[in-house]
Design a protein around this ligand. Structure first.
Ligand SMILES: Cc1ncc(COP(=O)(O)O)c(C=O)c1O
Length: 323
């Protein structure tokens, strides 16, 4: 599969695929593998390093001089976008809803330290951010700048290309190690990561079921968006069109985005104590809880837990800071 879109290298690839034998013993199920996209090696960007390679590549190819992105104050994507923009010599404006918190999150501080301009309070809620990004980019254009606008999470046809290739990367690692996964579990926020994996999985005819843990948005609406995005991506790449059955998304929001349930806390503890994996309350813990549920429901194994990162919030939670 050839992806010829412009790309700015950021991630150290391939990320490792590790056998989680101690977690298997603790859960009494397996085999379990972990795809370590917490180790993409660019800032603390986790999965967003793959996404940003193509978004920043497109911005550079379009001769943009500023990236406009948006997210909540805990957003890993915003911090990663700020760093990625700077390494390509671009400025970065970030729209963050609501007022600036009195204790800034690690991600806000990372973004600011990387030289981004943080614009708090231009919109009230996360849902309004994507329109606000377009408006802000238009304002910048009127003032003579060349903005590249990115919706939340980088969930665009360009942004998902990194995860189309990641599906292929995992398939190659599995071939080399003689593993045939039956289930892949990944945390889903904006849906870009899952959409890319859906394109790669369907396009390459890979045999696994891919299950997303929706951590912030109602699953039915988001599944439709993921399917639309995946179909657009597949069409661009000339790959087989994914069907609705290819998008398996479970509602894992629980008490809310970033609010860990008792089970989520068990998930984080098991991952840390048995495998040295840091899981955050926004994404990783909820996805691990979904994996544990699937293993008890129908144990379609081997299973791969796609660790997408979230280190800033995981560390913040450990030391009792805002995230
Ligand atoms: C650590 C982590 N995991 C998973 C996701 C979900 O990725 P996506 O927004 O592409 O669904 C994000 C999104 O920001 C993230 O930061």
């Amino acid at each position: 599969m050839d992806v010829t879109a412009p790309r700015t290298p950021l991630a150290l690839l391939p990320t490792p695929l590790l056998h989680a034998s101690r977690l298997e013993r603790a859960l009494g199920a397996g085999p379990i593998f972990v795809k370590r996209d917490d180790l993409t090696g660019f800032g603390l960007a986790g999965n967003k390093a793959r996404t940003l390679e193509f978004l920043i590549g497109a911005a550079v190819a379009e001769a943009a001089d500023i990236v406009v992105a948006a997210g909540s104050s805990s957003s890993n994507f915003c911090a990663a976008a700020a760093m990625a923009a700077r390494v390509a010599g671009l400025d970065c404006d970030l729209l963050v809803p609501g007022e600036e918190p009195s204790t800034p999150s690690v991600n806000v501080e990372l973004a600011r330290a990387a030289g981004a301009r943080l614009l708090f309070g231009e919109v009230e809620t996360r849902e309004l951010l994507d329109d606000a990004v377009v408006e802000h980019a238009n304002d910048l254009r009127e003032r003579g700048r060349r903005p590249y606008a990115v919706p939340r999470g980088g969930a665009t046809v360009t942004g998902i290309l990194g995860y189309v290739l990641a599906a292929q990367e995992l398939a190659e690692q599995c071939r080399e190690t003689g593993v045939t996964p039956a289930t892949i579990v990944v945390a889903t926020g904006s849906g870009g990561t899952q959409a890319g994996l859906v394109v790669g999985t369907a396009g390459l005819g890979l045999p696994w079921r891919l299950v997303g843990a929706s951590v912030s948005r109602p699953a039915p609406g988001l599944a439709d968006q993921i399917l639309r995005l995946a179909r657009a991506g597949a069409a661009t790449l000339g790959l087989a069109e994914p069907s609705a059955d290819d998008v398996d998304l479970r509602d894992c929001r629980g008490a809310g985005f970033g609010v860990a349930s008792a089970e989520d806390r068990v998930s984080s503890r098991l991952a840390l104590e048995h495998e040295g994996l840091l899981l955050d309350d926004y994404y990783g813990a909820k996805a691990m809880t979904l994996l544990r549920t699937l293993l008890t429901e129908d144990a379609r194994t081997p299973a791969v837990f796609w660790h997408t990162g979230g280190v800033p919030a995981a560390l913040s939670a450990l030391v009792g800071r805002a995230s």
